[in-house]
Design a protein around this ligand. Structure first.
Ligand SMILES: Nc1nc2c(c(=O)[nH]1)N[C@@H](CN(C=O)c1ccc(C(=O)N[C@@H](CCC(=O)O)C(=O)O)cc1)CN2
Ligand SMILES: NCC(=O)N[C@@H]1O[C@H](COP(=O)([O-])[O-])[C@@H](O)[C@H]1O
Length: 202
C-alpha cells in the first residue's frame, strides 16, 4: 500500500479590533473547523479591550499595538511575519492602517463598516457615531459594507453590502443591534469567500 502525504497550506488570519469583539467571536467560531484558514493572532490598540478576553478564552495569541511603532516604525511587520500572517481582517479597529502595511498586504486587508458606504464613512465615523448620523439624516434604511482596505478610511473597493430598515422609533442602540445581527450573519462567510478566492482554494 502506497500512502501519499498531502500537506494542506493553512492561511493565517490576524483580526484587528479595538472593542468588545462580538464579530471576532463569530469569526473564531466560524473557522474553528476550517481546513484552510486559522485565526492566528488578535491585534488591538486597547489593552483593556474585551476582544482580548475572547482571544485568551480561545487560546489565540494577542498583540497590543503601541502608537509610535505602529505609525512611525515598522508597523509590526516583523511580528506579523513571525506569525505567518497572510491576511488581515479589521473588525471594529479604530486606527488607520498605515500605507506600509497596505503595501505588504495588497488586497489582503478587509474591513467591515456599519453603514452603507459611501455614505456615513470617513474620519470620525465609527461605532454609535455612525448610527447617530444615519438616524439624524432620517434614513429609512442602513446596513453593512465589507470592503478592501486602502490608505484612506472607508474608501476601498466594496465586496459586499446588506441592508436593514431604520424605523422612526430606532435609537443608535437599537440600530446597532440590527447592524450587529447583519455583521454576525455575513462577515465570517465573506471573509472565507475572499480568502479562498485570493488563494484559488474554491
Ligand atoms: N487605511 C485604513 N485603515 C482603516 C480603515 C480603512 O478603510 N482604511 N477602516 C477603519 C475602520 N473604520 C471604519 O470602518 C474607521 C475606524 C476609525 C475611524 C476614526 O475616525 N478613528 C479616529 C480615532 C478613534 C480612536 O482612536 O478611538 C481617528 O482616526 O481620529 C474611522 C473609520 C480601520 N482602519
Ligand atoms: N468604522 C469602524 C466601525 O465602526 N466598526 C464597527 O465596530 C463594531 C465592532 O463591534 P464588535 O467589537 O462587537 O465586533 C462593528 O459594528 C463594526 O462594524
Amino acid at each position: 500500500m502506497v500512502y501519499i502525504l498531502v500537506e494542506t497550506k493553512q492561511y493565517n488570519l490576524a483580526i484587528f479590533a479595538s472593542g468588545t469583539g462580538s464579530n471576532t467571536k463569530k469569526i473564531i467560531e466560524f473557522f474553528e473547523a476550517s481546513s484552510f484558514i486559522t485565526i492566528a493572532l488578535i491585534v488591538s490598540n486597547k489593552p483593556e479591550a474585551g476582544v482580548l478576553d475572547i482571544a485568551r478564552a480561545n487560546s489565540i495569541s494577542t498583540l497590543i499595538l503601541e502608537k509610535e511603532r505602529f505609525f512611525k516604525g515598522d508597523a509590526y511587520e516583523p511580528v506579523l511575519k513571525e506569525f505567518g500572517i497572510d491576511f488581515l481582517v479589521l473588525a471594529g479597529f479604530l486606527w488607520k492602517i498605515p500605507a506600509h502595511l497596505i503595501h505588504i498586504y495588497p488586497t489582503a486587508i478587509i474591513n467591515i463598516h456599519p453603514a452603507l458606504l459611501p455614505d456615513f464613512g470617513g474620519k470620525g465615523m465609527y461605532g454609535n457615531h455612525v448610527h447617530e448620523a444615519v438616524i439624524n439624516a432620517k434614513k429609512d434604511k442602513s446596513g453593512i459594507t465589507i470592503h478592501f482596505v486602502d490608505e484612506h478610511y472607508d474608501h476601498g473597493k466594496h465586496i459586499f453590502q446588506a441592508t436593514c430598515s431604520v424605523l422612526p422609533t430606532d435609537t443608535p442602540e437599537t440600530l446597532a443591534n440590527k447592524i450587529h445581527q447583519l455583521e454576525h450573519e455575513h462577515f465570517p462567510r465573506i471573509i472565507e469567500e475572499v480568502v479562498l478566492a485570493k488563494y484559488n482554494l474554491q
